[in-house]
Design a protein around this ligand. Structure first.
Ligand code: FAD
Length: 576
């Protein structure tokens, strides 16, 4: 098989919003850059983002400020977000919006021309900018247009299987072309990981097939970087349950915002037991927990869900305010939501943890390696505020672009390792020679089943230990793997590597969840029902050192005083 060698100053892995924003910055800085991705650039996960992007512009509520944005974010993170990262994100988000605007992003506007801003749950003010419910798609389009204008080179058929490291310094990455299988060694001074999260390792997930399979975790961990907060996964309350290949598909929170009612199989409106004041408009983590509790206590539907009832709403309201939900349910289940309730269950939605990064530039433990977007950590703690992930990736895309550019400029010499390249090559050779009888899809399914059963919304010691034992059993099947590239391409090889990523991501999640012996935000332990102030720490996981705990930086007093309780803050329309 042919092997190409490419050289660039900075390699960006990932062509979603985060990777594109970083690549644009590098180009603007006059630095040689290459961006690669394993999925068509027009179809990155970012395109799914619906409801909007946060920035304290104050167009609707002039009292808003970046300080209040930071306070809401830290408060809702259950004090696990890094206040320094949050501050940088909140302070710079308005600039990110202005840039997008200048590059042609068609933000929704008020009659007088101001950018419209709407409420997202648990924000004190209206600060979410949007383009209908296609915000992510428009961000992706806008960034791609800008990248094209600047001639940013993008190859979106390259699967990166290893980062190349010598003496704890990055010197590039190794991969192959998914279409023709040709190998590629990419030499680079600096590498930016923008490869997304790991939510596809749950059965119910808002991620599509072969995305968010945990590649980030594997690439970073094998390179010697640490992972942080991996156990903290946001479960969105409402994902559909059928058909199997669409399980977890998001039913927007707008459905509850418009007046949708949650009922258990007994017909009870159960939110009155969990949050009588806000009922269905409670925060994401609380509604997901309420639904899971109903199901685990035997009041769920036979399939293990609850019912989201919109049938009392005016038909016109449904058709005009929830057109996507209406159309999706007809297409996927032949269900008319104006007549019948939707069966839903919580769905893995967002990886709040990721690669450990420095607050100032999102650099990692490996010199020259950076991480951004859903691949990184530190912004969301134990509960992400809707709209903040798009803000984070825009802000840090620019910062990381700067940092990687100056790292590359300042690099006097580079050490490379033929051994590291040989190891990466050998791994693919071995996989391609795998002629066993076990199937990647069945092993992926086994991981998704065990994660759903043992590391879902509600967890406990026994379940997590069982999960680890089952994971060992899946890992033991690896030598019997069958990998058969065919005339259609090398997808089979990509899936085998996805599987290896999922194994590491699942192990890191289960081990970190075991160590967090408390209930905090999205992490609910039925054997430790209370928040433990002593665990105001981040769980940090690495392949070499296992699990350690790191204290969270102190929140500055000026921000702390703005951290009103969620109950006091305005709970607006929930739309993501
Ligand atoms: P992605 O867009 O996932 O891009 C990852 C890139 O990495 C892809 O190009 C992929 O091909 C590449 N890649 C991965 N592995 C490899 C590999 N091994 N080799 C090469 N390339 C690789 N957030 C908000 O702020 N507001 C919202 O309203 C919102 N709504 C959402 C609605 C839905 C349904 C979902 C699922 C998410 C939503 N989010 C929202 C979250 C947000 O969309 C994501 O967190 C964000 O888009 C992630 O962007 P990213 O660039 O980090 O990663």
């Amino acid at each position: 098989m042919t092997e190409r060698i490419i050289s660039t100053s900075v390699l960006v892995i990932g062509t979603g919003g985060a990777g594109l924003r970083a690549a644009i910055e590098l180009r603007q800085q006059g630095v040689d850059v290459l961006a690669v991705g394993k999925r068509r650039k027009h179809d990155a996960h970012t395109t799914l983002a619906a409801g909007g992007i946060n920035a304290a512009l104050g167009t609707m509520d002039p009292e808003d400020s970046w300080q209040q944005h930071a306070a809401d974010t830290i408060k809702e993170s259950y004090n696990l977000a890094d206040p320094r990262i949050v501050e940088i994100m909140a302070k710079n988000a308005p600039e990110g919006i202005r840039e997008l605007e200048a590059w042609g992003m068609p933000f929704a506007r008020e009659a007088d021309g101001r950018i419209s801003q709407r409420f997202f749950g648990a924000h004190k003010y209206r600060r979410t900018c949007f383009v209908g419910d296609y915000t992510g798609l428009e961000i992706q389009r806008t960034l791609l247009r800008r990248a094209e204008t600047l001639d940013v080179p993008i190859i979106d058929t390259v699967y990166i299987s290893r980062l190349l490291v010598a003496d704890n310094h990055i010197f590039g990455a190794y991969g192959f072309d998914i279409v023709d299988g040709s190998r590629v060694v990419i030499h680079a001074d600096a590498v930016i990981l923008a490869t997304g999260g790991h939510t596809r390792i749950w059965r119910q997930t808002t991620s599509r097939r072969d995305e968010n399979t945990g590649d980030t975790f594997r690439l970073a961990a094998l390179a010697g970087a640490r992972l942080r907060d991996v156990e903290l996964v946001q479960f969105h309350p409402s994902g559909i349950m059928e058909p199997a290949d669409a399980a977890g598909l998001l039913i927007s929170e707008a459905a509850r915002g418009e007046g949708g009612i949650l009922r258990n199989a007994l017909g009870e409106r159960f939110m009155s037991r969990y949050d009588p004041e806000r009922m269905e408009l409670s925060t994401r983590d609380r509604v997901a927990l309420a639904i899971s509790t109903e199901i685990s206590e035997g009041r769920g539907t036979p399939r293990g869900g609850v019912l989201l009832d919109l049938t009392h709403l005016d038909r016109d309201v449904i058709l005009t305010r929830l057109p996507r939900v209406y159309r999706n349910m007809l297409d996927l289940q032949m269900l008319d939501i104006t007549k019948d309730p939707i069966e839903i269950a919580p769905t893995a939605h967002y990886s709040m943890g990721g690669v450990w990064v420095r607050p100032e530039d999102h650099g990692t433990d490996v010199a020259g390696l950076y991480a951004i977007g859903e691949a990184s950590s530190g912004t969301h703690g134990a509960n992400r505020l809707g709209g903040n992930s798009l803000a984070e990736l825009l802000v840090y895309g620019r910062i990381v672009g700067h940092a990687a550019a100056s790292y590359s400029r300042g690099l006097e010499a580079q050490t490379r390792s033929t051994e590291a390249v040989g190891e990466a090559k050998g791994e693919i050779d071995t996989l391609l020679a795998s002629r066993g009888f076990d199937n990647v899809r069945s092993m992926q399914r086994a991981i998704r089943d065990l994660m759903s059963e043992h590391a879902g919304v509600i967890r406990n010691e026994e379940g997590l230990q069982n999960g680890l034992a089952k994971l060992d059993a899946v890992e033991a099947r690896l030598p019997d793997l069958a990998v058969h590239p065919d005339i259609a391409g090398f997808d089979d090889l990509a899936h085998a590597l996805d599987l290896k990523g999922s194994l590491i991501a699942a192990r890191a999640t289960l081990e970190s969840a075991l160590a967090r012996r408390e209930t905090r935000g999205a992490h609910n332990r039925s054997d430790y029902l209370k928040l433990d102030p002593a665990l105001k720490v981040n769980m940090v996981w690495s392949l070499t050192d296992g699990l350690t705990q790191e204290p969270v930086a102190e929140t500055p007093p000026e921000i702390e005083q703005l951290m009103v309780s969620t109950e006091e803050s305005v709970v607006g329309k929930l739309v993501e």
